[in-house]
Design a protein around this ligand. Sequence first.
Ligand code: GLN
Length: 455
Amino acid sequence: ISVSDLVDESFRRIGEVEDKVQAFLTLNEENARAKAKELDDKLAKEENDFGMLFGIPIGIKDNIVTKGLRTTCASKILYNFDPIYDATVMERLNEAGTITVGKLNMDEFAMGSSTENSGFRLTRNPWDLERVPGGSSGGSAAAVAAGEVPFALGSDTGGSIRQPAAFCGVVGLKPTYGRVSRFGLVAFASSLDQIGPITRTVEDNAYLLQVIAGLDPMDSTSANVEVPNYVAALTGDIKGLKIAVPKEYLGEGVAKEVRQSVLDALKVLEKLGAAWEEVSLPHSKYALATYYLLSSSEASANLARFDGVRYGYRADNAKNLIDMYKQTRSEGFGNEVKRRIMLGTFALSAGYYDAYYKKAQKVRTLIKQDFEKVFEKYDVIVGPTTPTPAFKIGEKTHDPLTMYANDILTIPVNLAGVPGISVPCGFVNGLPVGLQIIGKHFDESTIYRVAHAFE
Ligand code: GLN
């Protein structure tokens, strides 16, 4: 099998299902085929500098900048933006030999849980086209689930990799904060954002993280911590492993069928030699409020750069500079993005800072300490990824708060900065359910070991 065969298969499948699924915003067909040919020539010459992901087709979430390839963040304000550089993860992928098939749909600037906030199109869940794929990395999860690409990158600020992975029945990991460089990831909430892999299997996921992880001088928050061999961690052995199950993660608000799937999964893990106990993460109930305050505050600052001057959309017919800013931003941003900018600007304004932002920072520390305490005694934390399986298109768009509530089980992980994965753990009424496995800082290896043994 040649690299061109792999790329052909990817575009063949895209041709077959993309009409319905609509996972992509931009296809990179010509370049992808050219690169495939280049790699096949290399194969023929038996050069031996093949990268770890040689010839693998990959889809990239549209908030990761790709040199010369349109990058919109699913926002009208960036409808014509062609970056002049590659994100660090893209450099590493290119080096490893992947082939970028295209850019994937998402909620505008990664704000959302259903991909319905995209400024351009509606992505559908391949398991049930009347349902959402989750979000914000809905395009990434849907493309992998539909077989359009075997690998994809997403980003996770409050659950945006794990939640769509759960809804689409694929594997998605949010790495430890600092594990993967954010250079070239268009910033939403810089203290929470992480890029991570979405794949069909845990092994694929480990290979993809292996390539993108590690220190990057271009991102001062990337960590100088050695990258272990993640694939070598997939031993299948979890004997003696200590699992904590937070009672807050199986309580009210979690659908009983989802709870049952998780309890069944725990039985499997027990059979494999692990033991579990109930614990508490008492500050979880403040996680949503804390997250929406902090993430919106950071977003209001990060999104100030979209002003119609430097790149992207610019309103015509403005009377003066201020008017141009106003018109550009009013016309360029969608409703959810505006809501967050207003919320964040309010929370950061003089006189309110102590009452909101500063207080939220303090609660964030308490949430982080909850996790630290549990990890003194346990190796991993296990629970559902989401309270329910994929919901219907349009079901939650009328009320931002019910949409936000969907992230209740993923958000604490971002606030604590620890890594978490979602792996499929069964079906409820034909819809996939995700099992969330959360690990200690920089201990993705243990998460992968457990996920792989369970899979
Ligand atoms: N759904 C959450 C939000 O809207 C998380 C988004 C994300 O992780 N990027 O903010």
